[in-house]
Design a protein around this ligand. Structure first.
Ligand SMILES: CC(=O)[C@@H](O)[C@H](O)COP(=O)(O)O
Ligand SMILES: NCC(=O)COP(=O)(O)O
Length: 266
């Protein structure tokens, strides 16, 4: 489907693209900890280990219902890791206050529904400008790099650019579900939506990130999109850590992303 899957056996200089960072989301280390209460496994330790294995940054989502990451985790992450922290949050006053106290490198505004199992869709930036603008402005004034987690749709990308954020993160959940199917046209359509949204965002001067549901299997096609500059990956990596260890899981994801950028056979 993409150049990364061509017949070449080694790096192809013609496909050299700017590096694409790997952000590791450690939410589900906290899910496991919270299953029993107490302190183990420690998401901060997981973050440090992920960094040692090649993660360029750490993402954590402080949900309004605190089902996994807790406020104290965010504070410790900021203090105890030496890579950029990406604070995922709903666009609410409560979360803005906490984010300002933590003062992370970046904040990614995501939609939240109390009863959802995970983040089901992207932010409605088109219809939500009035709510989003004051939160974005406060975070930006504090020097926090704001991104908007959006579906890969033309109108959402344009609305994000109009709000003056520097970054969009494209929701790859629909692509994840399509990639589980065996219908090539469905996979192709879901991938094309991300490719087109990424290209548009890049043309509009936005830095392009993506994430949600990315795995060893589906990451190469997303990482090979030229405009892609960061992928945030959590649930699959923490699950895979059960089998191969977090260190190896992060190293393998890092390798797949790098290979997809340079056109090595994946
Ligand atoms: C916003 C997003 O897609 C994920 O980063 C987020 O962490 C999902 O929330 P859960 O980890 O609670 O599924
Ligand atoms: N923003 C996406 C993210 O941080 C990780 O999502 P997932 O890999 O846990 O689905």
């Amino acid at each position: 489907m993409t150049p990364a899957q061509g017949p070449n056996q080694g790096p192809n200089p013609a496909l050299d693209r700017p590096a694409c960072r790997l952000g590791v989301n450690i939410d589900h280390v906290a899910t496991l900890r919270n299953a029993r209460g107490g302190t183990d496994p420690d998401p901060v330790r997981a973050a440090q280990l992920a960094i040692a294995a090649g993660a360029d940054g750490i993402t954590a989502h402080l949900r309004e219902d605190r089902r996994h990451i807790q406020d104290a985790d965010m504070i410790r992450l900021k203090d105890e890791i030496d890579r950029p922290l990406n604070f995922e949050m709903a666009a609410t006053e409560e979360m803005a206050e906490i984010c300002l106290q933590v003062s992370p490198h970046a904040a990614c505004l995501v939609p939240e529904k109390r009863n959802e199992r995970t983040t089901e869709g992207g932010l409605d930036v088109v219809g939500g400008q009035q709510t989003l603008t004051p939160i974005i402005d406060r975070l930006k004034e504090a020097g926090i790099r704001v991104s908007l987690f959006i579906d890969p749709e033309d109108a959402q990308v344009r609305a994000a650019a109009a709000l003056g954020v520097p970054v969009v993160e494209l929701h790859t959940g629909a692509y994840h579900h399509a990639a589980l199917s065996t219908t090539p046209s469905r996979i192709e359509a879901a991938w094309r939506a991300i490719d087109e949204a990424a290209t548009l965002a890049d043309d509009l001067g936005l830095e392009v990130h993506a994430g949600h549901g990315l795995t060893f299997h589906n990451v190469p096609n997303i990482a090979s999109i030229p405009a892609m500059r960061e992928l945030n990956i959590g649930h699959f990596l923490i699950g895979e850590a059960v089998f191969m260890g977090l260190d190896q899981a992060v190293r393998e994801m890092r390798r797949l992303i790098t290979d997809a950028r340079t056109g090595r056979l994946v």
